[in-house]
Design a protein around this ligand. Sequence first.
Ligand SMILES: *Cc1c(COP(=O)(O)O)cnc(C)c1O
Length: 381
Amino acid sequence: MKNKISALKSKIWLSPPHMSGYEQEFIDEAFKTNWIAPLGPNVIGFEKDIELYLNHNSHAVALSSGTAAIHLALILLNVGCGDEVICQTKTFAASVYPVIYQGAKPIFIDSEKKTWNICPELLEKAIKERVALNKKPKAIIAINLYGMPYNVEAINRISKTYAIPVIEDSAEAIGGSYNNIKCGTFGDYSVFSFNGNKIITTSGGGVLITRNKEDKEKAVFLATQAKEKGAEYSHSTIGYNYRLSNILAGIGRGQMKVLDERVNLRRRNFNFYYEHLGTYKNISFLKEPKGYSSNRWLTCVVFKSKKVREEIRLLLEKENIESRPSWKPMHLQPVFNTFPSYLNGTSDELYEKGLCLPSGSNLTLDDLSRIVKIIKSYFEQ
Ligand SMILES: *Cc1c(COP(=O)(O)O)cnc(C)c1O
C-alpha cells in the first residue's frame, strides 16, 4: 500500500531529457580515441546529420547553445549599436538577449491567434512606422513557438518587400513543418536549441543553420575565438568561444536517430490531452491550421481565466506534477518593458490563461491519465 502511494505520487516533469541508448556509443568512441577535445568526428557527424535531415540548402554549425546561434546570426547580419531588431514578444527571453549583447534595440510585435506567432499585420505596420522614423529594422526574429511554425508565407513576403532578413528561432521546433517544408529552413538564418528541456537534447547545445557555405565558415571562425590562419594566434576580429564539444555532439548524434519517434510521441501527448479534455468548453487548444505541422514540443492549454489557470497549476503541483504558465511576453519583462511594442492583446491573454502541461516523450499512458484525471476533477467538483 505504501509503495502504491509513493508510485502514484512520483514526480512528473514538464519536459525532461529522453535518451535513446545510441548516445553512449558515440561518447565511448570519443573516449576511446581521446577525442574529448577539440572539435572532432562527433561535431562533424552531428552537423551532417542535421543537414541531411533538413535536406534543403542548409549548412549546420554546432554551437554551445541556441542563444549563441542567435547571437552569431545577428553578428553575421551586421546588427550593431543602436540598430533596431524586430522580435516576437511571445517567446523565451533568450530569443532577445543577443539583441542586447549587440547594443541593439528590440521592437516587440504581438502574435496572431492562428499560430501564436508573430502577427503579419502588426509586423508590417511596425516596419512602416520604423521606416518613417528613419529607423529601418536590421532583422526580424520570428519564432516557431512550442513547435508551431510561424506564418511563413506572410512573413517571407514582408521580409522580401522591405528587404529585411529573417532569423528563424526554431529552438523549440525541430521536427515541425509548413507545407511539408521543415522548420529550420524558413529563415535567412535558422536556429535550433538542444538544451535539456527541448524535444531532443545534447544536455546543452544549439545549431545555427546558414544558407551557404561561406556564412557557415564565418560562423565557425567567430565561434572559435576568431583565430586567423597561421601558427601564431593573430586576431583582427572579436571572437567567441561558442563551439559544441565533441562529447556533447555525440549525445546529439544518438538523439538524431530517434528524432522522428520523439516527434510522434510529443504529438501523441497533445492528442491524448485533446481527446480527454477537448470537450470542456473552458479549455482550448491550439489547432494546426491547414499545411502546418507542429512537433508539439509542449502542449499548452488555455483556460477561461488566470484564476483557473493558477488553481489547476497548484493542484498539479500538489500531486508532484510540474506544469508552467505560458511564456511571459517580453514587453512585460522588467528588463525589456521600456522598448517599443506593437500589441493586440494576444500574448497577454495567452500568458494569463495558458498552461503548459507535462509533454515529455517519456511520459507513460498512466502518467497522462493521472494528469488528465486531476484536471477533470477540478471541473467536475
Ligand atoms: C530554448 C530557447 C532558446 C535558447 O536556447 P538555449 O539552447 O537554451 O540557449 C531560444 N529561443 C527559444 C524560443 C527557446 O525556447
